[in-house]
Design a protein around this ligand. Sequence first.
Ligand code: GLU
Ligand code: ZN
Length: 471
Amino acid sequence: MKVKTRFAPSPTGDLHIGSIRTALYSWLFARHYNGKFVLRIEDTDFERSKSLSVKSIFKGLKWLGLNWDEGPYFQSKRLDRYQEVIEDMLKSGNAYKCYCSPQSIEEERIKQLHKGKKPRYSGICRNLKTRCINNKYTVRFKNPTFGKVTFEDKIRGEITFNNMELDDLIIQRSNGMPTYNLCVVIDDLDMNITHVIRGEDHINNTPRQINILKSLKAKIPIYAHVSMILNENGKKFSKRDNAENIIEYYKKGFLPEALINYIIRLGWSHGNQEIFSLSELKKIFNLDTISKSSSSFNMKKLLWLNKYYINHLPLFYVSNILKDYMKNENIKIENGPNLECLLNLYKNRHSTLKDLVCSLRVFYEEFEYYDIKFANQYFILKNLYILKNIYKKIQKCIFWEIKILSEIIMNQSIESNTELKEINMLLRFVLTGYVSSPNMSSVIFLLGKEKTLLRLKNAMIFIEKNYIKLQ
Ligand code: GLU
Ligand code: ZN
């Protein structure tokens, strides 16, 4: 059997973390067995489907490297096929037309609720002898009225439903549109899907879909229903949780490798191993160790993984991605040091590319103002004198080397009888605007002579103008 899985999102919003995990599981399962992975867009709900969401689904999957072998199929382009099956089902007696008005169905529902019963369609139109010509109708599937539906869920084990619990499902609405359960069944059948890996919210649909498949004498795929991902408070994700939306991860500067590694570990394990590369996952992934219980999102862990990947992936690869983030922020990297060298110096200080961009900006652009709190602390007469001396020494410096820069700072510390730490702090603040940075001589080395001199001078002028005169 050639394994074929699919990812079938409804394009009603951006991809969220739960859908990404189902996509990832389906993709890996197909890759593990050298099978095929199909992308199918379930867009028959015209009111809620948006083309922008379709684009964002493609973008999200591509960003994560989850490539598809077939599709994208669009359900909206397969309406004729669904119509054909509905007509066949009507002919074979597996489906029938229901002429009940929405009002009468609603009345029936309320009556049943009053009696304390679970509301279900009575099946009144099942055996209608006369046809109500011209009246609006829906088409319903003739669900078996007795017996059970049992399936072996790859994650949850055996699941059984009584057919009595399932009423005759609408497969075509009165406006002629096929419904979700029918489209999924026909698609999975036509596309030869062998394994349906999807969210647990579809467990209740499964017995209905199996019954339809059985009525069509089709092979039943294997089902695996993945549990929910809860937010950090252990609650269902809501619109307010930014952490849910895939685009947010891109914007914040997470690497796809980190996100994939994080998502895969949310509910799947391989011993105690934490770090997985995609190629390793393709080899070892299976559905057997997926957890049945829901998992809670943990931003700290994701940040830890992102930092890990920023530090462990090849420098040129990360710096190439970082380049795009710098560009998006309108930072002209041709105006400053080699990004790869800079990344090497800063990579273990930040957990996201966005934070890296914030720190690295000062190597390419002048900063506009000093933080007043630190300016008050550092801009004193003694430091003006220190800056002047360093300026002179750097100006004279012919060989631009870290070792020489380091000596300049060291000598200044001795000459002015000031702790090295203090001189470094002063330089850090004057040259980067920040009070924390990597080793100062490396920072100066990468900043370059011209920018260093300019910033020293600017600081000296600023101190003389704003501080010394007042003292
Ligand atoms: N379109 C459905 C959803 O987005 C998925 C259907 C399925 O996987 O069977 O929830
Ligand atoms: Zn009816």
